[in-house]
Design a protein around this ligand. Structure first.
Ligand code: GAR
Length: 207
């Protein structure tokens, strides 16, 4: 049984693309609904090109009413019979009600080695902190932002000439390998085999 996954995005959708490519290549999940809170997100174009049902639910239409926005998200996810929700660059904080409704079936990718650098501007903060290793994490979502049990992480080196942009690009390449593997692991409980890569080290957390 392949898991029915809904993906929430806000932007470019490179992680969404990696998940759709993995699904097409036989990963144990299907992307059955893509939702962006930004109508002009490039990820919606990617979804349409891949034949995945895509929808914009503009959070600005709901003003400060986060519950009404999330009710729309939930309704669309339920209509598509979604079993798992994957956040992929979704830049809205979700309320406790939403997180509890999807508890254990809601995952996120974050561009740092959590618990380091939760929040925004992770690459600039990693450079400012002088760390030698940076990366990304896929984790279960709980109410606290960027908290929740880690499913897997990818580590990349910080190189001497790095800017936030070059470091972000290296981390993003690692994200595109990590997210499909970590999502496959989350939905099946079986860690997929990972090939070596010269640039990053990926590890899935064993229970
Ligand atoms: C990714 O780097 C993801 O880790 C980050 O946004 C980017 C989305 O890129 N997510 C967060 O910062 C969440 N707090 P994409 O739209 O190309 O997948």
């Amino acid at each position: 049984m392949r898991a029915r996954v809904g993906v929430l995005i806000s932007g470019s959708g490179s992680n969404l693309q990696a998940l759709m490519d993995a699904a097409a290549a036989g990963a144990p999940f299907d992307i059955v609904q893509v939702i962006s809170n930004k109508p002009d997100a490039y990820g919606l174009t990617r979804a349409e090109a891949a034949g995945a049902p895509a929808l914009a639910i503009d959070h600005r239409a709901f003003g400060q009413d986060r519950k009404a926005f999330e009710a729309e998200l939930n309704a669309a996810l339920r209509r598509a019979d979604v079993e798992w929700v994957a956040l992929a660059g979704f830049m809205r904080v979700l309320t406790r009600d939403f997180v509890e409704a999807w508890s254990g079936r809601l995952v996120n990718i974050h561009p740092s080695l959590l618990p380091l650098f939760a929040g925004l501007h992770t690459h600039a903060r990693a450079l400012a902190a002088g760390v030698a290793v940076h990366g990304c994490s896929v984790h279960h979502v709980v109410e606290g932002v960027d908290e929740g049990p880690i499913i897997g992480q990818a580590a990349v080196p910080v190189l001497p000439d790095d800017t936030a942009a070059t470091l972000a690009a290296r981390v993003n390449r690692a994200e595109l390998r990590l997210y499909p593997a970590a999502l496959a692991y989350a939905v099946t409980g079986v860690a997929p085999a990972l090939t070596q890569d010269a640039e990053s080290l990926i590890a899935l957390r064993q229970p």
